[in-house]
Design a binder for this molecule. Structure first.
Ligand code: 5AD
Ligand code: SF4
Length: 482
């Protein structure tokens, strides 16, 4: 390792400072303009929407450096793996992938392999890369995307291995370019990091202190997306409900931000992820106005047992959660609620799990991401005894998924025969003769129609309902916005 290298440290990642980080305005340095001339790049993204959004920035930086997209990993001159650390099995997959890249390096010694995202924020991961994956040229984390061109230049010049992972968040970087994957729907980060420290979760360590973007910067970004013809934005944050609490001066809340954004001429606004403990009455009131605020809320509950919620440090009870859902259903008639649930958290008994199943029934979720608990080194729960046998965890997951699937189907069934506005995204992935898009409640609909509907919001009558999708037919051909 050279003096340039910086490894992550969990104790620094745990620290929270009172000061607000500086905001810097990114400007692309022309020195890096030709690094990628006649070279190609490929980016593989693992994990959540935050990573997808980061990859869109990294792709834009690649193209600013002159790289063009590679047709496949095998043909690329630069391969970037943007990683996720939330669960162990996702990490194993990434290590397998990095191992396989060695064969490409043997064929093309000039190939540059870079690893970014949440995994490099873990000390154990960096140590493993240093020891076992010497063919990786560049490792950087979540706090320094904007330095990517500088790193690449160094790596190409020095030919060695460069590790630069900052354990504590740096600045908020504005004006980073983005090469967005979807032409009609865009991610908009409203904040970075997380201060919740749920005991199972590594994100507060990999993404650092919670820090909100200035409202003016968010509004500026949304306005430019509107000018570019985007139809939908999804506001991103690990806990969007605590947006603004770290901003100086007058307190800005997520409810205020959403109220302001809803005045802009963007047809659809979504947000993710909400923490149930911070879902304020003001926010519910803003959402009840409807309009361009879509009637779908992703509200991770994690468990239905008060004892387990406490051990997870979720800071709400089952009753609080169910009351919140009741309020949401009253304020936003027909709202669709989805969730995240973990099974097999340390000490989870059959009774705790039965509480989760009964909560699922009561909450009438219309979808969920369900997970088996995965101990993450450095988190408080990693020190608890992981005492639920794997076989038991698997049975619980299967049972839970059966309940969740019933919810998916019931959620879809309520649209049978109805006309719903669909934002048409393109040709269906499962049937090339059909188009597909999403409803306000975030249900996918496949239907036959002309290609020029792509990018428009049009009325579709639902003719068939399945667990995972809806089938429909055009209700009429006049584009309609909602
Ligand atoms: N094990 C299993 N699932 C986890 N999640 C976060 N950390 C873990 C973990 N250690 C899940 C939570 C969270 C989602 C993004 O991932 O349900 O809401
Ligand atoms: Fe992880 Fe909890 Fe923060 Fe979500 S709120 S990112 S689960 S610590």
């Amino acid at each position: 390792m050279t003096d340039n290298n910086h490894k992550p440290m969990i104790n620094s990642a745990r620290k929270r400072t009172a000061s607000r980080p500086d905001t810097i305005r990114f400007e692309f340095d022309d020195r890096f303009r030709f690094i990628g001339t006649n070279r190609t790049y490929a980016i593989e993204t693992h994990g959540c929407q935050a990573n997808e959004a980061d990859s869109e920035h990294l792709a834009a930086l690649c193209e600013a450096m002159g790289f063009s997209p590679a047709l496949s990993l095998a043909q690329a001159d630069l391969i970037l793996i943007n990683t996720c650390a939330v669960r162990e099995n996702a990490e194993q997959k990434v290590f397998g992938e990095i191992g396989r890249l060695k064969q490409y390096k043997e064929k093309n010694p000039d190939l540059i392999i870079a690893v970014s995202g949440c995994m490099p924020q873990e000390e154990v991961v960096v140590d493993k890369i240093l020891k076992k994956y010497r063919h990786v040229n560049l490792v950087f984390g979540t706090h320094n995307l904007h330095l990517f061109p500088e790193y690449l230049e160094k790596v190409i010049h020095d030919k060695g291995q460069l590790i630069d992972v900052l354990s504590m968040e740096g600045c908020i970087v504005e004006d980073l370019p983005a090469l967005r994957k979807n032409r009609f729907k865009a991610w908009v980060n409203i904040m970075y990091g997380c201060d919740e420290f749920c005991t199972y979760c590594i994100v507060p360590y990999t993404r650092g202190k919670e820090r909100s973007r200035d409202k003016a910067d968010i509004i500026k970004e949304v306005r430019s997306l509107i000018d570019e013809g985007y139809q939908e934005i999804t506001l991103l944050g690990q806990n969007v409900n605590s947006y603004g609490l770290d901003l100086p001066g007058e307190t800005q809340s997520f409810a205020d931000l959403l109220a302001d954004l809803s005045q802009l001429p963007i047809p659809r606004i979504r947000f993710t992820t909400s923490h149930p403990k911070d879902f304020s009455n003001e926010l519910i009131t803003v959402l009840s106005q409807g309009g361009n605020l879509m009637p779908h809320i992703h509200l991770p509950v994690q468990s239905g047992s008060d004892r387990i919620l406490k051990a997870m440090n979720r800071k709400y009870t089952r009753d609080h959660y169910l009351n919140l859902i009741r309020s949401l259903r009253i304020a936003i008639p027909g709202v669709s609620i989805t969730t995240d649930i973990i099974v097999g958290f340390p000490s989870e008994t059959d009774v705790d799990f039965a509480d989760t199943l009964s909560l699922v029934q009561e909450a009438r979720f219309e979808g969920a991401y369900t997970f088996i608990y995965s101990p993450r080194s450095g988190t408080p729960a990693a020190a608890y005894r992981d005492d639920v046998p794997v076989s038991q965890k698997k049975i619980r997951l299967q049972l839970l998924n059966q309940h969740i699937n019933e919810g998916y189907l019931a959620g879809n069934q309520r649209f049978a025969g109805k006309i719903v506005p669909v934002l048409v995204e393109g040709v269906s992935k499962t049937d090339l003769t059909r188009l597909s898009g999403y409803t306000p409640h975030n249900k996918i609909v496949n239907f036959k129609g002309p290609m020029d509907l792509i990018g428009k919001i049009i009325p579709v009558r639902i003719t068939q309902v399945r667990t995972w999708s809806l089938t429909g037919e055009l209700a009429n051909l006049n584009p309609k916005t909602r």
